[in-house]
Design a protein around this ligand. Structure first.
Ligand SMILES: N[C@@H](CCC(=O)N[C@@H](CS)C(=O)NCC(=O)O)C(=O)O
Length: 218
C-alpha cells in the first residue's frame, strides 16, 4: 500500500499538494472525487471531509490520519519529508516569507477566486451576479498586483532565491485566474515565476497525471 492517498479532481486545489508529493518523491495514490456526478457529497467522502471540497489526504503512515485544506496538506507533506526542499529551513527569514505567502494565498487570493468563480453563492437575486463577480475581479486585480510587486522585491520566488511549495500554490491559483480581464501572466514577475515552476519535472508530472492540458496557465 502507498503511504498516502490524495483525493482530487483535475486541476482543483489538490494540484499544489499533488506537486508537493511529487517533489518529495513520496509513495502515494490518487483517488478521483467525481465532482460532476456528486462525488463531493457522497457519504463516504463527506465522512472524510465534511466540507465537501477537494483535496483530502490520508496519511497511511500515521494511522490513516485524514487531513484537509490544501495549504495544511502541503505543510504536512513538508513535515513528513523535511529534506524535499518544499520550504526553507526553520527559523530563517525565507521560511517566514514562504509561510506568510502560503497562508495569504489560501486565505486571501484563493478565497477571492472562489467568489469570482461562484458569484451565484453570494447573491439572493441573479441580477446581482455580475456585480459580485466584477467586484471580486477588482479585488483580484489588486491582490495579483501585490504579489507581483513582492516578487519584484524578493527575487525569483516568493521566499527569495529558492523555490518553495508556496510558488507551486501560486501557480495553481494563477491558472484559475487565466480568464481575468488582466490575467496573472500579464505581470512580468508572475509570468517568470509561472514559467519557472512549470519547468520543474515534479510539477509537470502532477499536472500531466491530472490531465490538465498544456500550457497549464493561459
Ligand atoms: N479551503 C479549501 C478549499 C478547497 C476548495 O474550495 N476546493 C474546490 C475545488 S478547487 C471544491 O472542492 N469546490 C467544491 C464546491 O465548491 O462545491 C482548501 O484549500 O482545501
Amino acid at each position: 500500500m502507498s503511504d498516502y492517498t490524495l483525493f482530487y479532481f483535475p486541476g482543483n486545489a489538490n494540484i499544489a499538494p499533488h506537486v508537493a508529493l511529487e517533489e518529495a518523491g513520496a509513495s502515494y495514490e490518487l483517488s478521483l472525487v467525481d465532482r460532476k456526478s456528486g462525488g463531493l457529497r457522497d457519504a463516504g467522502y463527506l465522512a472524510l471531509n465534511p466540507n465537501a471540497r477537494v483535496p483530502t489526504l490520508i496519511d497511511h503512515t500515521l494511522g490513516d490520519l485524514v487531513i484537509y485544506e490544501a495549504a495544511a496538506i502541503c505543510l504536512h507533506i513538508n513535515d513528513r519529508h523535511p529534506d524535499a526542499g518544499l520550504l526553507p529551513p526553520v527559523g530563517t527569514p525565507e521560511r517566514a516569507r514562504a509561510l506568510q505567502w502560503l497562508i495569504w494565498l489560501t486565505n486571501t487570493l484563493q478565497a477571492e477566486l472562489l467568489v469570482y468563480h461562484y458569484p451565484m453563492r453570494h447573491v439572493t437575486e441573479d441580477a446581482a451576479i455580475d456585480t459580485v463577480r466584477a467586484k471580486a475581479n477588482e479585488r483580484l486585480d489588486s491582490q495579483f498586483a501585490i504579489v507581483a510587486n513582492a516578487l519584484e522585491q524578493t527575487g525569483a520566488y516568493l521566499a527569495g532565491q529558492d523555490y518553495s511549495i508556496a510558488d507551486a500554490y501560486l501557480t495553481m491559483l494563477c491558472r484559475w485566474a487565466g480568464r481575468l480581464a488582466k490575467p496573472p501572466r500579464t505581470y512580468p514577475a508572475l509570468n517568470r515565476l509561472v514559467d519557472a515552476v512549470l519547468a520543474r519535472p515534479a510539477v509537470d508530472r502532477a499536472y500531466q497525471t491530472e490531465g490538465v492540458k498544456l500550457p497549464y496557465v493561459a
